[in-house]
Design a protein around this ligand. Structure first.
Ligand SMILES: Nc1ncnc2c1ncn2[C@@H]1O[C@H](COP(=O)(O)OP(=O)(O)OP(=O)(O)O)[C@@H](O)[C@H]1O
Length: 183
C-alpha cells in the first residue's frame, strides 16, 4: 500500500525545487498540471506546501493515511497536509516552542477545508485523555456553528468564509510528556 502510494506519486516532481528549470513559470505550471491530472494535489516547495483544489473527494484523508504520516520525517512520504501538521507538532514537542501553520490562497482555493483536515489530523493522532476528547469533539463541532453564521455563497465559492480565522490549539504539557513515548 505504502509502496504503491509512493510509486503513484512519482508524477512530475514532488518538490518544485527539484525542477530542472526551477525559475520557469511554464515548468512550474506543467508540473502542477501533470500531478493534478493524476489527482496529486500536493507538491512541496521546500518546506512549503502547494495545494490545488480537487473539487472532488479523494481517498487521501483516511485514518490509515493519518497513521502513515504520524511521526515520519517530512520528505520520506509524498507531499501532504498531514506531513505539515505532523512536522509542526513534532518540532513543537522537541523545541518546546510555539508553531504556526499559515494557510493562504484565493477564495475557493481550499483554505477552510485544509484547516479542518489539520484539526482532524491532530484529533486522531495526538495523545489524549477522556477529558481532552470532549474538548476535541467540541473543537471539531464548532466549525459548522462558525460557518452557519459566517459563511455565504459567492460567485467563487458556495461555502465562502466571510471572516478571517485564527485558531489557537493549546497542548497540555503534562499529557504531552506522559504520552510522548507513544508518538
Ligand atoms: N481537499 C479538498 N478535497 C475536496 N474538495 C475540496 C478540498 N478543498 C476544497 N474543496 C472544495 O472546495 C470548496 C471550497 O473550499 P474552501 O471553502 O475550503 O475554500 P476557501 O479557500 O476557504 O475559500 P474562501 O476564502 O472563499 O472561504 C469546498 O467547499 C469543497 O467543496
Amino acid at each position: 500500500m505504502e509502496g504503491a502510494l509512493i510509486a503513484r506519486d512519482r508524477v512530475g516532481v514532488q518538490d518544485f525545487v527539484l525542477l530542472d528549470s526551477h525559475t520557469s513559470e511554464t515548468s512550474f505550471l506543467n508540473n502542477l498540471r501533470k500531478r493534478y491530472q493524476e489527482n496529486l494535489i500536493y507538491t512541496y516547495i521546500g518546506t512549503l506546501l502547494v495545494s490545488v483544489n480537487p473539487y472532488k473527494e479523494l481517498d487521501i484523508y483516511t485514518v490509515t493515511q493519518m497513521q502513515l504520516y504520524r511521526g515520519v520525517n517530512f520528505f520520506e512520504l509524498p507531499p501532504h497536509l498531514y506531513a505539515i501538521a505532523d512536522n509542526a507538532y513534532r518540532v513543537m514537542c522537541s523545541e518546546y516552542n510555539n508553531h504556526f501553520i499559515l494557510i493562504s490562497g484565493e477564495s475557493g482555493a481550499g483554505k477552510t477545508e485544509a484547516s479542518k483536515k489539520i484539526l482532524q489530523y491532530y484529533a486522531v493522532t495526538c495523545p489524549t485523555t477522556e477529558q481532552l476528547q470532549i474538548v476535541r469533539d467540541r473543537l471539531l463541532l464548532s466549525n459548522p456553528v462558525l460557518e452557519a453564521f459566517g459563511n455565504a455563497k459567492t460567485l467563487r465559492n458556495d461555502n465562502s468564509s466571510r471572516f478571517g480565522k485564527y485558531m489557537d490549539i493549546q497542548f497540555d504539557f503534562k499529557v504531552r510528556t506522559n504520552l510522548m513515548d507513544r508518538y
